[in-house]
Design a protein around this ligand. Structure first.
Ligand SMILES: N[C@@H](CCC(=O)N[C@@H](CS)C(=O)NCC(=O)O)C(=O)O
Length: 199
């Protein structure tokens, strides 16, 4: 399989981390988001949404959306629990990640780290950072009660949320107030086969 991705993107890192952790061979096809390589006619033919990550199977089937890719690739592995209630916890955190976490934590990082903090975005950034802290507080409270997002075991919910949480400080969203969250980051990074972003 091929994975089209930008090495600096947390959404793309999720897919890379999972595939590496499962030991699944894949070809990484670099796509530079800032150079608008997701908007070429060739790329749009593969993913009309014009975004990475994109998983392309050898038979040509294409699957965009990082969390959909996580769910599909992890099927049948311990990283996607079979027991319905525990699986529902995985879904819960994947959906929450896309609606509450990524749009605040990742977009703050995009503005600070990639756009180099343009003054005209200052007000928007402050609002995003405040909402990012709300999301991280919620995660922290949850992680004070259990070691991983979906319960006692490491799952794709942890991969999805780790991707942008561990680089949140690059968006000016610092993790000092969240010791339980930092402990969880360390637990995720200690999982067998873990690889770092950008490697
Ligand atoms: N919901 C999508 C979001 C993907 C996304 O935002 N991708 C960004 C990089 S992180 C992208 O490709 N942006 C390029 C563009 O929108 O032109 C996912 O989780 O995969």
């Amino acid at each position: 399989m091929r994975v089209f991705g930008d090495a600096q993107s947390g959404n793309c890192y999720k897919v890379q981390l999972l595939l590496r952790q499962l030991g699944r061979p894949f070809e990484w096809v670099p796509v530079d988001v800032l150079k608008q390589e997701t908007r070429t006619p060739e790329f749009l033919a593969l993913n009309p949404a014009g975004q990475v990550p994109l998983l392309v199977w050898d038979d040509g089937r294409c699957l965009p959306e990082s969390n959909a890719i996580l769910l599909h690739v992890a099927e049948g592995t311990p990283l996607l629990p079979v027991e319905p209630w525990t699986r529902a916890q995985v879904y819960r955190w994947l959906f929450w990640e896309q609606y509450q976490h990524e749009p605040t934590v990742a977009v703050s990082r995009f503005i600070v780290h990639y756009l180099k903090n343009p003054p005209e975005q200052a007000e928007r950034l402050a609002g995003l950072q405040a909402r990012a802290h709300q999301a991280l507080r919620l995660m922290t409270e949850h992680l004070q009660r259990q070691p991983f997002m979906a319960g006692s075991a490491y799952t794709v919910a942890d991969i999805a949320l780790y991707a942008y949480t561990h680089v949140a400080p690059q968006g000016g969203v610092h993790l000092d107030p969240y010791p339980a969250l930092r402990d969880w980051l360390a637990r995720v990074a200690a999982q067998p086969g873990h690889s770092r972003m950008g490697e």
